[in-house]
Design a protein around this ligand. Structure first.
Ligand code: UD1
Ligand code: CA
Length: 471
């Protein structure tokens, strides 16, 4: 058989030209819809199946809560208005989201659904909070954290003039999902919940993912007509589809390309699955940026961690949200960098080093068995094996300041607040008392540490010296 000849190629070319006319959603102006957009995030469910006391949507996922992930994706669409529908432990969820989403939305409202009576009821409540709004209404979920802005944008573009566009999928096991009903011509005519399915309907393999973009003006009256006459006695949002179709609407559907995006979290087992997928996304992003992650399967990096190019991350490393790591650094193996840790270019932390709110200047090194908490370490300082900044006196946390090129001998305990000047040195095993200021270039030793003499400075590229383990 001949391969596709020039005629076919030509037809493809014509299709490209005609596409915006045949498929209005592909028109550039439709893709960059200037129509006002609102987001309703449903998060009032009980989340009983997680069996933990915290509200489900606040479960942690790579340094953010589930709901924060979901809402951050929606924020990329720059909605004019956003409504989060809550009920269960509302104050707690609202306070947490208000903090973590600060400044991301032009306008965000938190509303109480009251006793949750179904997704249709939740969106009714959401629409009340969107009083006076006219435009696209995108529905998302606080327990579906892998949804991306790109897919939501496609859903918005696809709606065009229709009452609604809906996201569908073909999962391996459709059980539990609402099924997509189509007529003989393939037209989308309704959604049937699992519990209301006839055996024939239950054999349908296309399911409703729960994400939609609605025309606000067509949604309002359809919501008002919802009735809870179904197996669960709930107001189903999904019933608006048949309502639209009865009014002669043709409703476009988008098949989710990436099934991961529509995974929801109902249990801690689901959370573990979603966590692995989110972790993979984060690791791939850093790998794409030129970060050398030696064993991605044994490396845990939260969202909101910055890492520069040519930095090497060795196995067993945990990098918490908010860490900022420069380029050409080395981290691990088995390093734990907690919130607020900064490594400037070329800094290195090695095995069994924990850092919290620590700032390491460029070229600073702490390569073995060290705790650096609330500490500032100057450029090219060398922190010997077993150094501890004792930052906590049982009541308050105190800071330790170590100057550039200082040399902290092995096993030194710096009982904060402590200041170690530039080029200063502590001998191995020194215990520096709280409130001590070690002036530049001084050498201190002992327990408690006291001044011994001025330190003889090594040539700038020196190696190991007295009292220290080479870092
Ligand atoms: C829903 C869809 C189903 C779809 C599935 C995809 C309906 C009726 N069914 O079913 O077609 O296949 O999602 O995951 O919409 N919520 C509230 N208030 C309520 C009820 C629910 O905020 O009164 C929130 C829940 O917290 C949850 C989400 O809405 O985040 C979905 O609710 P849930 O009852 O789990 O819907 P499903 O039965 O999964
Ligand atoms: Ca349900």
């Amino acid at each position: 058989m001949p391969g596709p000849g020039p005629v076919l190629t030509g037809r493809g070319w014509i299709r490209t030209i005609l596409a915006p006319f045949l498929f209005p959603e592909l028109r550039p102006e439709a893709q960059m819809s200037s129509r006002p957009l609102a987001v309703i995030c449903l998060a009032a469910g009980l989340g009983k199946r997680t069996k933990v006391s915290m509200p489900k949507v606040l479960l942690p996922l790579c340094g953010r809560t589930l709901a924060e992930h979901a809402l951050r994706a929606a924020a990329e669409l720059e909605p004019a208005r956003t409504v989060v529908v809550l009920h269960n432990q509302m104050e707690k969820v609202q306070a947490e989201l208000a903090k973590s989403l600060f400044g991301r939305f032009s306008e965000i409202a938190y509303v109480d659904q009251g006793e949750p009576k179904g997704t249709g009821h939740a969106v009714q409540v959401g629409m009340q909070a969107l009083d006076g709004f006219v435009g696209d209404v995108v529905v998302i979920y606080g327990d579906m954290p892998l949804m991306t802005a790109a897919t939501l944008r496609q859903l918005v573009a696809l709606r065009s003039e229709a009452a609604c566009s809906a996201l569908t999928a073909f999962p391996e096991d459709p059980h539990g999902f609402g099924r997509i009903l189509r007529d003989g011509t393939g037209r989308f005519v309704g959604i049937r919940e699992q519990k209301d399915c006839s055996p024939d309907e239950a054999s349908i393999d296309e399911v409703n993912c729960g994400f939609y973009c609605f025309d606000s003006e067509k949604l309002r009256p359809a919501l008002a007509r919802l009735q809870p006459n179904n197996a669960q006695g709930e107001y189903y949002l999904t019933d608006v589809i048949a309502d639209f179709v009865a009014a002669g609407e043709v409703l476009p559907t988008l098949v989710a390309e990436d099934l991961d995006e529509v995974l929801g979290v109902n249990s801690l087992a689901d959370l573990a699955v979603v966590q692995a997928l989110m972790q993979e996304r984060i690791l791939l992003r850093h790998l794409d940026n030129g970060v050398l992650i030696v064993d991605p399967g044994a490396t845990w990096i939260d969202d909101d961690v910055e890492i520069g190019r040519d930095t090497k991350i060795l196995p067993g490393t945990v990098l918490a949200k908010g860490c900022r790591i420069g380029s050409g650094c080395e981290v691990g193996p088995f390093a734990h960098l907690r919130a607020g840790t900064v490594l400037e270019d070329g800094a290195a932390v090695g095995n069994f080093v924990e850092a919290k709110k620590a700032h390491l200047g460029s070229g600073a090194k702490a390569k073995h068995l060290t705790y650096l908490g609330d500490a500032e370490v100057g450029a090219n300082a060398n922190i010997g094996c077993g150094t501890i900044t004792a930052n906590y006196d049982g009541v308050n946390k105190h800071r330790t300041k170590i100057g550039a090129r200082a040399f902290i001998g092995s096993g030194t305990v710096l009982c904060a607040p402590v200041e170690v000047g530039e080029d200063a040195m502590t001998a191995a095993g020194a215990v520096v008392k709280p409130g001590t200021v070690i002036d530049p270039q001084q050498l201190w030793l002992g327990v408690p540490a006291r001044y011994l003499r001025q330190r003889e400075l090594p040539p700038r590229k020196g190696g190991a010296r007295d009292g220290g383990q080479k870092a």
